[in-house]
Write a protein that binds this ligand. Structure first.
Ligand SMILES: NC(=O)c1ccc[n+]([C@@H]2O[C@H](COP(=O)([O-])OP(=O)(O)OC[C@H]3O[C@@H](n4cnc5c(N)ncnc54)[C@H](O)[C@@H]3O)[C@@H](O)[C@H]2O)c1
Ligand SMILES: [Zn+2]
Ligand SMILES: [Zn+2]
Length: 370
């Protein structure tokens, strides 16, 4: 069938919105009509070649939509089901899935290859095979995905917020809840308030943090962070130092979460300086693949017992956490509407990313009209 998608043909090029040809779903695959797709910074990392990704590829890894067809071997999903795409698949069988750490699922090895888990491509354009980023490729009107990349959700959750449950929300929320393990009464600092950092603020709030310091050079971002639970704001890590000293009597933050758009080596030491003795510093933001430049005073690990913790997907387990986060939204405990600053058509994708880089959006969301 014919569809339309935003394709990256070469590193550094803009997204090219054009017609694609989609094959029917094969074994354990489904065809999804994509209603909404979130514009995460990670797709821009891919566009700029900051990490490996096979090209050409249809971009996008946050999305929500409706199943339109199922291939053979699909038992627990049906036409008409509403689903959220998970940017990491969860096979349910590998050792990581079996121990409840599906964010590390072995199927993740296929993430940047573009081809399907079972091999081959379902999308084609200009006579060539085209991959799907993160095994989903949500910057599209329709896509064919393996069942391990989608999670069914209730039908009463609007698509334009549901799409955020496949990356930004769990990654940020889990960075505070699962990796930072924020406890009631603690002080948390979040550096960088985009679609990820905004949810780290919410995760810290839900864990009962007393102080939540949101840092971003853009005032609109820190204003939005206050709506989501930040108690204090600063425009830079430097500016946050005296603020944290004051509110913690010199102790500093129990937990830090770094969610800046492009992590650079020089940022790590000042980030670690924001956390206390015994503190947990969570590095969620992505650096360029080639950047190995951090210079760190190493005695902070052995004398002050500070921890620098990495995370993918905030340690979330998509099959359990996507429905849980959706339920928290429905009960009013998780704010999602506040995250969507502006919606765009698929044709406006490059404008959406320009707005993200200009600091105009917490999240820009593509909404398809059918
Ligand atoms: N680990 C994971 O699983 C995972 C998942 C998704 C995204 N990410 C990464 O998380 C990062 C954030 O993604 P996003 O979509 O929220 O990006 P975004 O561009 O929407 O937000 C980044 C924010 O960081 C701010 N910022 C930049 N430099 C700063 C600095 N020096 N101090 C304070 N704030 C600063 C920007 O103003 C912006 O508001 C990206 O690197 C992305 O690739 C990681
Ligand atoms: Zn993402
Ligand atoms: Zn697995």
């Amino acid at each position: 069938m014919k569809s339309k998608a935003a394709i990256l043909w070469g590193t550094g090029q803009p997204w090219s919105v054009e017609e694609i040809e989609l094959d029917a779903p094969q074994h354990q695959e489904v065809l999804v009509r994509i209603e909404a797709a979130g514009m995460c910074h990670s797709d821009d990392h891919v566009r700029l070649g900051d990490g490996y990704a096979a090209l050409p590829t249809i971009g996008g890894h946050e999305g929500a939509g409706v199943i339109e067809a199922v291939g053979p071997g699909i038992e627990n999903l049906a036409v008409g089901d509403h689903v959220v795409f998970s940017f990491l698949p969860a096979c349910g069988r590998c050792q990581w899935c079996a121990i409840g750490r599906s964010n590390l699922c072995d199927f993740g090895a296929f993430l940047m290859e573009g081809s399907m888990i079972s091999g081959g491509y379902r999308a084609h354009a200009q006579g060539k095979d085209v991959g799907t980023l993160s095994l989903v490729g949500t910057f599209s009107e329709r896509t064919v995905v393996h069942e391990s990349s989608i999670v069914k959700i209730d039908q009463d959750i609007p698509f334009e917020v549901a799409c955020l449950l496949g990356c930004g929300v769990p990654t940020g929320w889990g960075s505070a809840v699962n990796i930072g393990e924020v406890k009631p009464g603690e002080t948390v600092v979040v550096v960088g308030i985009g679609g990820i950092g905004a949810n780290a603020v919410q995760g810290a709030r839900m864990c009962g943090a007393e102080n939540i310091v949101a840092i971003d050079p853009v005032t609109f971002k820190t204003d939005q962070a206050k709506i989501l639970g930040a108690t204090h704001t600063a425009s830079s890590m430097e500016e946050a130092v005296p603020l944290l000293q004051e509110i913690t009597r010199g102790v500093m933050a129990d937990v830090g979460v770094c969610t800046v758009g492009i992590v650079e080596g020089w940022m790590i030491q000042p980030f670690m300086d924001l956390v206390s003795k015994g503190g947990r510093a969570v590095l969620t933001g992505m650096a360029r693949n080639v950047d190995d430049s951090p210079k760190l005073g190493m005695q902070m690990f052995s004398l002050f017992e500070k921890s620098l913790l990495g995370t993918v997907y905030g340690g979330c387990n998509p099959r359990a956490d996507i429905p849980k986060l959706a339920s928290l939204y429905k009960s009013g405990k998780l704010q999602l509407d506040e995250l969507v600053t502006r919606t765009y058509s698929l044709d406006q994708i490059n404008e959406g990313y320009a707005d993200m880089l200009a600091g105009k959006n917490i999240r820009g969301v593509i909404v398809n009209e059918f």
